[in-house]
Write a protein that binds this ligand. Structure first.
Ligand code: SF4
Length: 336
């Protein structure tokens, strides 16, 4: 809800409302629900009332838009606003008028880039049309919104955590005629194929097919591991594989974080930390996890090629694990 944010890929966050409902495996350890509970809220789940944020909060993007020259002078690019970290813009339980009000706000702030990230891409076409129909008529006449028309300052993204979600949701994202599309692959829970590693070709097609071919396809991929209590570890090969796919497709790749767990180096074994684990690449079930007493067992496993499908990871916490992949920071964005 604040101007400052710790999220690596945005400058600011804006929450038009709070509250949501879990819809998939990426939601299992939803930090927003935990934060809502910790602050005395009860805005999660079916039937839970969503809470619209204050007028003062809604005025923040107007102010940022007015200060766009200052931002540009300092950073050399437009300000990115992530909407919404404590909700999903395309949640069924939200009053449709709130969404229309948000669209009006986006229209009034053309000097900001709005990053709308959803786990409900199946709702987007219907809700976009509905919100456009609720915009004030005077605005609609000269609007950058229209049925199936999106303002150029909207980047629409979907969360993809496994291959099943990629196959189900990327075709729906491609069907939306928005200028900038992105994938947030966090928490990455398995190996996912989006682009051909050999040719860079996108492996999915728009469904339903899009008549307008003037838009390019996926412009950005963000990858990250899970953080917070109960976080699930990520196999490093899943990340490297996506990096290779993006390189082949010439799509900007941003590695946001390892999350709680990072890969263990062979030189660190026997590890003196508190918790290590073997993460499988998905081709076999994980066969061992535990504390550093297992280090010798882990060492013999990672030195044995027949166990190359699994990798030891250590729980260093989100900050300790960092965001370097094989010593390199991947921090690419689609445009400035
Ligand atoms: S969609 Fe996002 S905010 Fe909603 S429950 Fe899932 S992780 Fe939490």
């Amino acid at each position: 809800m604040s101007k400052e944010t710790e999220i690596a890929w945005t400058d600011s966050t804006f929450n038009p409302w709070w509250g949501c409902q879990k819809v998939g495996p990426g939601c299992d350890h939803c930090y927003a629900e935990s934060l809502d509970k910790r602050t005395g809220g009860a805005h999660w789940g079916p039937g839970a009332e969503r809470r619209r944020t204050s007028i003062k909060n809604w005025n923040d993007p107007i102010r940022w838009n007015k200060q766009a020259d200052l931002f540009f002078a300092k950073h050399g690019r437009r300000q990115r606003v992530f909407c919404a970290s404590m909700a999903d813009v395309f949640d069924n339980a939200v009053n449709p008028q709130w969404r229309a009000d948000l669209f009006e706000l986006i229209e009034k702030t053309p000097r900001l880039d709005w990053l709308l990230l959803t786990k409900r891409i199946g709702n987007v076409v219907r809700m976009q049309k509905e919100a456009v129909s609720l915009l004030p008529k005077t605005e609609t006449a000269a609007s950058s919104w229209g049925p199936l028309v999106w303002p150029a300052n909207v980047w629409l993204g979907i969360t993809v955590v496994n291959q099943e979600e990629a196959d189900r949701d990327i075709p729906k994202l491609l069907a939306v005629p928005v200028a900038t599309r992105f994938l947030s692959m966090e928490p990455l829970l398995g190996r996912v194929s989006v682009f051909s590693e050999a040719t860079g070709e996108l492996l999915h097609v728009a469904q339903p097919a899009r008549a307008d071919t003037s838009f390019s396809e996926i412009q950005w991929v963000i990858v990250g591991g899970e953080s917070g209590s109960g976080a699930r570890p990520m196999h490093p090969e899943w990340v490297r594989n996506l990096l290779r796919q993006c390189a082949a497709a010439k799509v900007p790749f941003l590695f946001k974080q390892w999350g709680e767990w990072r890969p263990m180096q062979e030189s660190e074994i026997p590890f003196k930390g508190t918790n290590c684990h073997l993460v499988s690449d998905g081709s076999h079930p994980t066969i061992a996890s535990g504390t550093f007493q297992m280090a010798h067992q882990i060492r013999s496993m990672i030195l044995d090629p027949k166990y190359s499908w699994q990798h030891p990871v250590v729980n260093m916490g989100k900050k300790g694990s960092g965001r370097l992949l094989d010593g390199v920071l991947y921090d690419a964005f689609p445009r400035g």
